[in-house]
Design a protein around this ligand. Structure first.
Ligand SMILES: NC(=O)c1ccc[n+]([C@@H]2O[C@H](COP(=O)([O-])OP(=O)(O)OC[C@H]3O[C@@H](n4cnc5c(N)ncnc54)[C@H](OP(=O)(O)O)[C@@H]3O)[C@@H](O)[C@H]2O)c1
Length: 282
């Protein structure tokens, strides 16, 4: 994809920390954004901040009906999107045995099944547009299974495998598939316990605007896959080639992870719809 000027992008997770910054960066790159999220108020604020360039579209992607609603709205959306960015996700930090079944379902439905359902429904239409692309927002934890994030890691590994296989399935077709992974970023998906863990482990945490700029550059370049940040880039490769080395490094961090995970309150996953959001959705 040469450039985003005068192109339309459908973006899930537009109301989130990275998503809102990505809206701004995409608009700055010349695109119009069909912004998908659950929260009407934040969608309205995004549209007001970018008049005529960010067009709000409310849908809850954690159910087949919600995905269907998003697809119906996108089919009628003008300008017609030729780029689909899959950014919506939820995460639940905690030792796996402390998560409940609803946590697991929310992560699998939102982070993995929703992207699969969206691509399944939208691919034929996308393929008929000029220079089409599907861009998945992954995670370092889609390359490194991380303690305290077992279910979230599983969904991001799944997303990475999905995009890789699709790219190979469509190697001779018009649609480009990209898997782009931010490292830790300062957004509401990370509760205070994760911030505390990152601080104690010395993990670098990026600002959403910087991540958004790198994502847009990667979209414009057409990168097939990209891990943002160093040393995350190195560790992701190391985990693929020599996982026993990463096993040993993470075993040293396990007591710290466990302490922060057990300190995290057992509550709804960050990013889950607030009662206000639920009230305003049809
Ligand atoms: N922050 C990090 O440390 C980090 C690191 C690596 C990768 N990532 C990835 O970056 C992406 C953006 O994350 P973020 O940090 O910006 O998180 P965030 O601020 O919590 O935003 C999450 C977004 O997902 C949307 N979403 C969640 N559940 C949804 C549902 N059922 N239906 C529709 N939309 C839903 C939210 O919409 P509403 O607010 O409208 O509900 C929100 O727009 C995610 O894919 C995440 O996995 C984040």
């Amino acid at each position: 994809m040469s450039a985003l000027r005068d192109r339309a992008v459908a973006l899930t997770g537009a109301t989130g920390g990275i998503g809102s910054a990505l809206c701004a960066a995409l608009v700055e790159a010349g695109a119009t954004v069909h912004a998908i999220g659950r929260d009407h108020r934040r969608l309205g604020a995004l549209a007001a901040a970018h008049p005529g360039r960010v067009l709000p579209l409310a849908a809850d992607l954690s159910t087949p009906a919600g995905v269907q609603r998003a697809c119906t709205l996108l089919a009628a959306a003008r300008p017609e999107p030729s780029v689909l960015v899959l950014g919506a996700a939820v995460s639940r930090f905690g030792m796996f045995e402390d998560l409940d079944s609803a946590d697991l379902a929310a992560m699998v439905e939102t982070n993995l099944l929703a992207p699969m359902r969206l691509v399944h429904a939208l691919l034929p239409r996308l393929a008929r547009t000029r220079d089409p692309a599907v861009v998945a927002v992954g995670s370092t934890f889609g390359s490194i299974g991380f303690p305290g994030f077992a279910a979230y890691s599983a969904t991001k590994f799944g997303l990475r495998g999905f995009i890789e296989a699709l790219a190979r399935e469509h190697a001779d077709g018009p649609v480009r598939f990209q898997y782009l992974s931010p490292r830790a970023t300062r957004t509401p998906i990370n509760p205070p316990a994760v911030d505390a863990l990152n601080a104690e482990l010395g993990t670098a945490v990026d600002e959403p605007a910087a991540v958004a700029r790198q994502l847009v550059a990667a979209i414009v370049r057409g990168d097939r896959r990209r891990q943002l940040g160093f040393p995350e880039k190195l560790f992701a490769r190391l985990n693929g080639a020599l996982p026993a080395l990463v096993d040993r490094a993470l075993a040293k961090q396990l007591p710290t992870v466990r302490r922060h995970a057990r300190a995290a309150p057992i509550a709804a996953p960050p990013g889950a719809a607030s009662p206000t959001t639920q009230e305003v959705l049809p």
